[in-house]
Design a protein around this ligand. Structure first.
Ligand code: ZN
Length: 367
């Protein structure tokens, strides 16, 4: 009886969310964000790209993509305990217990920790059946987290998962594919990165770069690729493909760091929407106020192209371990050519937040 009541409540709630979304889809032309005003949102649409919160004050990446029966996860940061938070979130969507594609961009903890199992925590790689796992061809890392990741990955390969490096994918070698056709005009494409096969001083430059293509639009994920890697990416695609073209959605590179989202890269992809997995105001990696994520440099270089920037989490007081949703869990939805952004927290764009007013200088383009 209680279950019935519960499922009725869920159905009513889902209906309200879908109704709100449908209204938006009919009235907005391709751009207006929707705030469902709920702390928890579940949507089922044609293609949805999710940026879940990670349950702590730390910076880390996790992107979950749902397209019909296909489930894709790119990274599982930020800490091992995030695995449980991510699982709770993606269990709202995964029907068959299977992740068709798993991508691990590079060997840093804030991208792979949640893949691993440890103690009584089951990591994402073992919590689901994994179809194909694609990861970084190179690393300089020898951390316990990285060793544990490789051990866990090898275990799931033994149990039937298919493993390729991003370089094998890009080269269409050994059964790996550059483009995985997901049906209905949607593709998962593994991009080329110079550092798949060359030494990089910064681990970040080894990041696997992918995009989801949908009927001429694309959504871009470059992990923590740094300026140097971004510039090589731009040059390679200009030389070999006539350029990357304009990007509908860009996952803000390296959590909004000053060392990524370079001018050359932004002028090439001209992002329309930017969503960042980060904890605004967290001094975990950068001490200088202007370089704390999302950095002033990131803001200044993105500003000529868009002010539609969304951020998962905020740490109002990092030292006291206080963190909370900024936009919260963010869902970028594409349904019948219409785009909606649903946030479990506030749906305010970065420039209109109090944190931005207190910590950043408004670029001329946004005034
Ligand atoms: Zn990172």
């Amino acid at each position: 009886m209680i279950d019935l009541l519960k499922s009725k409540k869920i159905a009513a709630f889902l209906f309200a969310v879908i109704a709100a979304f449908s209204l938006n889809a009919q009235t907005a032309e391709n751009s207006e964000p929707v705030d469902a005003g709920n702390s928890h949102i579940i949507v089922n649409g044609d293609l949805s790209i999710h940026f879940p919160e990670l349950g702590n004050k730390y910076t880390g990446d996790c992107v979950y993509i749902n397209y019909g029966d296909i489930d894709i996860i790119i990274d599982a940061g930020s800490k091992q305990a995030s695995a449980a938070v991510i699982k709770t979130y993606i269990d709202n969507y995964i029907q068959d217990g299977k992740l068709e594609y798993v991508i691990a961009t590079h060997a840093h903890e804030d991208h792979i920790a949640g893949f691993n199992s440890k103690g009584n925590i089951t990591g994402i790689l073992e919590a689901y059946e994994v179809g194909t796992i694609i990861d970084f061809p190179k690393t300089n890392s020898n951390t316990a987290t990285c060793r544990n990741y490789i051990k866990t990955r090898n275990k799931i390969i033994e149990n039937g998962a298919v493993h390729y490096t991003a370089l094998q994918c890009y080269r269409n070698e050994d059964g790996a594919m550059r483009i995985y056709d997901l049906g209905g005009g949607v593709q998962l494409e593994i991009l080329y990165n110079y550092y798949y096969e060359n030494y990089a001083k910064s681990e970040n430059n080894y990041s696997v770069c992918v995009r989801i293509n949908q009927n001429g639009s694309y959504f871009l994920f470059t992990g923590d690729l740094e300026q140097d890697g971004e510039e090589k990416l731009v040059e390679y695609y200009q030389d070999n493909y006539g350029g990357l073209g304009n990007c509908m959605l860009y996952k803000g590179g390296h959590h909004g760091s000053n060392s990524s989202s370079s001018e050359k890269f932004m002028s090439q992809i001209k992002p329309e929407y930017v969503i960042i997995c980060t904890c605004a105001g967290s001094s975990e990696y950068r001490a200088a106020p202007r370089n704390i994520f999302p950095s002033q440099g990131f803001v200044d270089r993105v500003a000529p192209y868009t002010d539609k920037i969304y951020i998962t989490t905020i740490a109002p007081d990092y030292a006291k371990n206080i963190f909370m949703p900024l936009n919260g869990n963010i869902i970028f939805m594409v349904s019948q050519g219409n785009i909606s952004i649903l946030c479990s927290g506030d749906n305010t764009v970065l420039k209109d937040t109090q944190w931005f007013r207190d910590n950043r200088i408004m670029p001329a383009e946004w005034q």
